[in-house]
Design a protein around this ligand. Sequence first.
Ligand SMILES: NC(=O)c1ccc[n+]([C@@H]2O[C@H](COP(=O)([O-])OP(=O)(O)OC[C@H]3O[C@@H](n4cnc5c(N)ncnc54)[C@H](O)[C@@H]3O)[C@@H](O)[C@H]2O)c1
Length: 390
Amino acid sequence: MMLKIGLLGAGWRGAWLAHEVEKSGLGRVVAAHDTNRPFAETMLKRLDLKIPFVERESILNDASLDGVIVATPDDCHRHDACDLLRSGRPVLSEKPMAIHIEDCDAMLKVQHETGQSLQIGFNLRFHPLYQKMREIAASGKLGKITTVWVRHFVGLGGDFYFHDWHSVRDKSTSLLLQKATHDFDVIHFVTGAYTRRLVALGNRAYYGGDRDNELTCPACPDLHTCPEANRNPDNPRNECAFRKEIDVEDNEMVLLELENGILANYSQCHFTPDYHRNYVFIGTKGRMESFEPMRRVKGWQDDCRIEILYRNSTERETIRFDSESPGHGGADIRMIENWLAALRDGVFDRENPIAGRQSVAVGCLAAESLRNGNPWMSLPPVLYDHKKGM
Ligand SMILES: NC(=O)c1ccc[n+]([C@@H]2O[C@H](COP(=O)([O-])OP(=O)(O)OC[C@H]3O[C@@H](n4cnc5c(N)ncnc54)[C@H](O)[C@@H]3O)[C@@H](O)[C@H]2O)c1
């Protein structure tokens, strides 16, 4: 049986996920809605996809759809997911779950009332590397985990985040949501504990400035000299990366205390020469560190692996993973296959809306801390607990 899937938002991510649905052989995206149809058509065409465009209401009212993917911008997730849950559709909604804690709580409330399935697009939970780290942490071979250090080198910052809606607080709150929501979730996922409280520092050290909000790269006199210019005419992310309206930070550091007493730190910078994540989990008997392949600087780091060291030992363990698969190292197709199988079998064992809410809460409170003189912030309790989802 081919599952029939609907799609809200057929931009970069929505089109890619539609392609993954097609590739899975388990389903097909049969209807899409997007408020910018020419852009969405270009995105689908790049991947050789032909999907009929329909009005939003027709996706909400189509009882033949087995599930709907929400890949609209972050500030639309609450409205889209709640309407779909109320209309009786299971939902896979992209990360971050939403851009405010109260939005996430509203989504949890609707899920609680409707009993419908709501999964957040935490694809890294389906990456074998992070699954392995969780397994190692739980096995006890590193002793008691006490410490987590995470560094996120976001070298494509300009390309992905400062040429469109991502860089405006009204649309995204902070890149500690948009980007770091994955990382806060991996910290929670691997340690098996949510954050209790946090404090943060941050600033905007590179992007933004005094350029007109209407300025685009193709129309800019500095097109050929600007280090951040988007010179690809097919890439519609072309608003100036130094325009006035940019008000999110590009350089942040967060200290976290988890519910079980583990201490963690997280740093992200959006103008590094390289692009990858690096996680360190330290226990009383040893430590493990992850390395992602990093193709932007050849020869710097080409493989995907975990390195493990033990105290009072010269032993060193290396576990290697596939470095070549597209879609976040193959995590996207695994997430989609899992969700489609859940729709088919009615067993939603990887639902994670509480995890979605908790990582948004960390990002929102960290943004609040760094913008208001760095007070410690405590996570408010989760009110609706339809499914635990750790
Ligand atoms: N899990 C991941 O690794 C991952 C990776 C990339 C993006 N994302 C998430 O996917 C979402 C989309 O990101 P993107 O990079 O594709 O952005 P995008 O801007 O390329 O695409 C968003 C699309 O939604 C459309 N849209 C805007 N408002 C709409 C509305 N009200 N109804 C219907 N369509 C609407 C836009 O026209 C556009 O086509 C974001 O939430 C982002 O965080 C997740």
